[in-house]
Design a protein around this ligand. Structure first.
Ligand SMILES: [Zn+2]
Length: 279
């Protein structure tokens, strides 16, 4: 009985990780998952992102045709974490699939935004910290190839802890594969917009998340390759205030604009309009 009450409380209320205030879940969702008390950006799932950005049909549902939904990893290295007994990669994948309702850390497909046909590749941090294994890399590559095939702009939305260690070198080679595919898209003059959300780090930052024509960041997102502690230990210097946050990166020319969540769809459609006119 007590568990049922706890479960109900969890489904009705959220705690803001920044100000610790308890927020009514419905209010949070209506406020696009931004804390109404302190304006902290909570993470959105891939499905929530798609619902936020894609055009809707007459019944208000996002029009989105998913591709490659049933791709899943084969656990090529038979990876077991030596630090945690009985913690295999295969078991972790199964529990993440159950938790998130999808097979991998990315959802890809075709949608329309402001009546423009677009291909979306949307990462989900909830699935193993949005890490990039062979399936994420393959799905990003196939989304790029779909863009090439139908000559529609590509929107990549990143939220990731980086390459997935449980797939070793197979994860790292996805950086080269996705980068090569994006170079082909670039050669064809097809627009690629990258939206960087909190956090975008490691091998994802160092490949497809930052290779777009336009880089948009959400406010105060952590965008980095290595984490601040690793850098400080390597260079033996203290890092400046706000280092690796969207605002710092914008000042130093690494991202093109910072856009508030409520303005994202309109801003992206604006870019799609500008590039359509120039085509
Ligand atoms: Zn808050």
């Amino acid at each position: 009985m007590e568990n049922a009450v706890k479960e109900k409380t969890k489904t009705l209320w959220n705690k803001c990780p920044s100000c610790d205030q308890i927020i009514y879940k419905k209010d949070l969702e209506e406020n696009l998952k931004i804390c109404p008390k302190c304006h902290y950006y909570l993470r959105m799932s891939a499905r929530e992102r798609i619902a936020l950005l894609a055009d809707t049909n007459a019944s208000g549902k996002a029009v989105f045709e998913e591709m490659d939904a049933n791709f899943f990893s084969e656990d090529p290295l038979r990876f077991e974490d030596p630090a945690k007994s009985k913690s295999s990669y295969a078991a972790k994948l199964a529990s993440e699939q159950k938790k998130t309702g999808h097979y991998e850390a990315i959802v890809c497909g075709e949608a329309e935004m402001g009546k423009h046909k677009v291909v979306l590749a949307v990462m989900d941090f909830e699935f193993m910290g949005g890490s990039m294994g062979s399936v994420v890399g393959e799905k990003v590559t196939r989304a790029i190839e779909r863009s090439l095939q139908i000559k529609a702009p590509l929107l990549i939305i990143s939220a990731s802890g980086g390459a997935r260690m449980q797939e070793g070198i197979l994860s790292l080679m996805q950086m080269a594969k996705t980068s090569a595919a994006l170079a082909r898209l670039h050669q064809e003059g097809i627009l690629c917009i990258c939206l960087l959300c909190d956090p975008t780090t490691g091998g994802v930052t160092a490949s497809f998340a930052t290779l777009g024509d336009i880089l948009i960041a959400e406010p105060k997102a952590l965008i980095a390759f290595a984490g601040p502690r690793v850098i400080e230990q390597t260079i033996r210097q203290k890092l400046p205030e706000g280092f690796q946050q969207s605002e710092f990166l914008m000042q130093h020319g690494m991202v093109d604009c910072i856009v508030e969540r409520k303005n994202l769809k309109a801003q992206i459609i604006n870019f799609l309009n500008i590039f359509k006119k120039k085509a």
